[in-house]
Design a protein around this ligand. Structure first.
Ligand code: GAP
Length: 442
């Protein structure tokens, strides 16, 4: 198991401004989280890395940003109104509500995980509970105005399949990808930002000829696994897990999860599914619109199959944080380092004046800072002694610290310290940009 505990990560996230509890001053809202100044940068970097890899670095995937609110008929067609449910049961003693299939015990004889009372599922059968969050559209609050907050971004892609294909003159195979918020009224949310009620998904729907689906599915599994590894995830903490036939979602013919070894055990980071033509078929039937594809070569008409890599931004953020966290002993004291991949680090460099009461040092530091911030995310910090400032930057994953000292005023050189090795180079200010460019930053 990883050495870092969830408590350590949660506490770092709050202390250093990555993640805060939503509406904290009112006691918080269950399993909803706010991303602070560093969290928002980390998420932005994760989303950028995904967008580059899935859209910009390929020539067969288009981007999309569909609305969260959709016509309620979408959710009937997709099967979410009927099937996006969990079986729930109330404890007869403490009255708390649980997922029946998560209760300890055997068969119909279960126990309340909270108060330990017996729960007899035969006389107290579970009721199906839909996980979609509802609201009303327009001035009347009744069933005719009910709309849902999307539980996955995927359906926004399926209903735009023909729009994107026609407007972008696409032939198979091609994909549509988007990143956006999804909402689920999860019954057993938890583990910090791992399972929440409001979260962000990064999803692509890749449309292929049915006979190519198997091969393309394997290609996407490999590519998505490599994406995590290329961003620094330790290989021994990442694994693939193929779904057994009895755990497949109603739309899927096959699915492989990419799992990460979180402090609470192996858990899903992303699923890559073969959704067959389930969604296009359902939407064609329910909307009455023809969503078939005419193969220009064979003149055959058919509904494409879909391969869907679907990951969560919040889960990826948690995995990158857990994976990057390490504690080291340096000269008898503890150094916490967030060894995030350079692409993901929220802050690329910090400019630190060694003496904040020397106007010439402050002036030189501010000049370096304003020059750098045009190119990279850089922070200025003069709120402590240099040792403390270095530790603070290490703990949030800042890649380089640029220190201006008395000597700098004479030789126009600054000290550049690297996060992981703590190696220090003396660099002429005129060469700073070039130095950081060589390191892949500026
Ligand atoms: N379109 C397919 C789909 O939504 P899913 O396995 O339900 O499939 C895909 O979700 C990904 O979305 C998950 O692998 C996870 O990363 C993220 N996700 C799902 N539910 C989540 C939740 N309640 N909180 C945080 N992330 C979640």
């Amino acid at each position: 198991m990883p050495e870092v505990s969830m408590d350590t990560i949660v506490s770092l996230c709050k202390r250093r401004g990555f993640v805060f509890q939503s509406s904290e001053i009112y006691g918080g809202l269950g399993s909803v989280w706010d991303y602070g100044p560093l969290g928002v940068e980390l998420k932005k970097n994760i989303k950028n890395a995904w967008w580059c890899s899935v859209i910009y670095e390929r020539d067969d995937v288009e981007g999309l940003d569909s609305a969260i609110l959709m016509h309620p008929a979408v959710w009937k067609a997709s099967g979410h109104i009927e099937g996006f449910t969990d079986p729930l049961v109330d404890c007869p003693a403490c009255r708390k509500r649980f997922r029946a299939d998560h209760l300890p015990g055997e068969g119909n004889c279960r126990r309340c995980p909270d108060c330990g009372a017996e729960i007899d599922l035969e006389n107290n059968p579970p009721r199906m509970f839909n996980l979609m969050l509802k609201t009303f559209l327009g001035p009347v609050e009744d069933s005719s105005s009910t709309v849902y907050l999307r539980p996955e971004t995927a359906q926004g892609i399926f209903v735009n399949f023909a729009n994107v294909r026609n407007s972008r003159f696409r032939k198979l195979p091609f994909g549509i990808a988007q990143i956006g918020k999804s909402f689920r009224n999860e019954i057993t949310p938890g583990n910090f930002i791992f399972r929440t009620r409001e979260f962000e998904q990064m999803e692509a729907e890749y449309f292929v000829k049915p006979e190519d689906a198997g091969v393309v599915h394997q290609e996407w599994i490999k590519q998505r696994q490599e994406w995590y590894l290329n961003l620094g995830i330790q290989p021994e903490r990442l694994r693939l897990r193929e779904h057994a036939s009895n755990e497949l979602a109603h739309y899927a013919q096959a699915c492989t999860d990419i799992e990460y070894l979180f402090p609470f055990g192996w858990s899903e980071l992303e699923g890559i599914a073969n959704r067959r033509d389930f969604d296009l078929r359902q939407h064609a039937e329910h909307s009455g619109k023809d969503l078939t594809y005419l193969d220009p070569a064979t003149k055959e008409r058919f509904l494409p199959y879909v391969i869907e890599p679907s990951g969560g931004v919040d889960r990826a953020a948690l995995a990158f944080l857990v994976d990057a966290y390490r504690e080291e002993e340096v000269k008898g004291s503890k150094r916490v380092v967030l060894g995030l991949h350079p692409e993901l680090a929220p802050i690329k460099a910090a400019v630190l004046p060694l003496l904040r009461n020397r106007p010439e040092i402050v002036e030189m530091s501010r000049k370096i800072y304003t020059g750098l911030r045009k190119k990279i995310v850089v922070k200025y910090d003069d709120t402590g002694a240099i040792g403390k400032l270095y530790r603070r930057q290490d703990e949030i994953g800042t890649l380089y610290c640029v220190t201006v000292d008395v000597q700098s005023l004479e030789d126009n050189q600054v000290t550049v310290r690297e996060r992981d090795t703590m190696r220090q180079d003396r660099i002429n200010v005129e060469r700073l940009n070039e130095y950081l460019t060589d390191k892949g930053l500026a």
